[in-house]
Design a protein around this ligand. Sequence first.
Ligand SMILES: NC(=O)c1ccc[n+]([C@@H]2O[C@H](COP(=O)([O-])OP(=O)(O)OC[C@H]3O[C@@H](n4cnc5c(N)ncnc54)[C@H](O)[C@@H]3O)[C@@H](O)[C@H]2O)c1
Length: 326
Amino acid sequence: MAKILVTGGAGFIGSHVCKYLAAHAYEVVVYDNLSTGHREMVRWGAFEHGDVRDDARLRSVLRKHKPDALIHFASSISVGESVQDPGAYYDNNVLGSLRIMQVLAQEGVRPLVASGSAAVYGLPESVPVAETARTAPINPYGRTKLVMEWMLEDFARAHGLPWMVLRYFNAAGADPEGETGESHDPETHLIPNVLKAVRFPKERQVALFGDDYPTADGTCIRDYIHVMDLASAHVLACEHLLQGKASQSVNLGTGHGFSVREIVDAAERVTGRKVPYVIKARRDGDPARLVADPSKARELLGWQTRYSDIETILRTAWAWEQKKVQ
Ligand SMILES: NC(=O)c1ccc[n+]([C@@H]2O[C@H](COP(=O)([O-])OP(=O)(O)OC[C@H]3O[C@@H](n4cnc5c(N)ncnc54)[C@H](O)[C@@H]3O)[C@@H](O)[C@H]2O)c1
């Protein structure tokens, strides 16, 4: 049974991947500093408290558990916050990733699957966006993700480190069995904020940023991918690398976009309630359309989505939202 060390496994995507790994006969060890994650979401393996920038701690955990591969989610994730405090983002995301690569180079390289982001594409020239599109991130968050990719290429060349970066578009939804879900504070993602507004209509309206984009209904279009479909891709990526196959970056999305207004409509259908919202000005750096070309993930990894229709995304996210203690 292969053993996987999951950095950031106490977070939204990481906890789903841990559940999926455990269900597919992998042994899981979570390494997390709980800065934004939740101890109660570590339910599918051992827990080691630690920061990815702490190379001594990381080395001792690696020596103790001897994982066959690593999946690296630990990072700061908010575009807006990265613009306000770029130093914190370069520190956590770039230095954190660098420390992992250095410790692996010293302790013995093994496959590293890491969270990338569609933010590396910046304002794409056309959609759907394939991996061959120009990378030109327009904010510190996206830049930290691209620097991580460059470092991986360099460590692969110098030390033979096998790697795969999975560039997620918009991660959404929750575990269909309701054991884990998305709990960010503050929450910046559209779907949980829409559902929170449905749940607490007197206290909050969800802000929709911009209704004058060159799209059919004027709102931005994004590609929403269910977090359990992300989970299966991570396991396929580990298997790909454990079989000695080539290192590369791969998009994870559905290839189908939904506008912000379409998400609001779908949320009203699924919950049977009105979404209280307010239209605000555009945010800087939001592309009108961001939709993946996911052909490479399908062809290279044999990846297929099971949960990423918009109804399932909203239904599972709504079930999770209603379980949250506010
Ligand atoms: N959520 C999305 O839509 C999305 C889209 C693209 C990429 N990503 C990437 O996916 C990854 C996971 O995102 P998420 O939404 O699950 O975020 P999250 O905040 O829920 O999870 C991140 C986890 O990493 C931990 N962590 C952060 N810094 C750490 C450090 N220095 N050392 C140890 N642990 C640390 C946190 O405590 C948390 O448990 C991130 O790398 C993010 O950039 C997310």
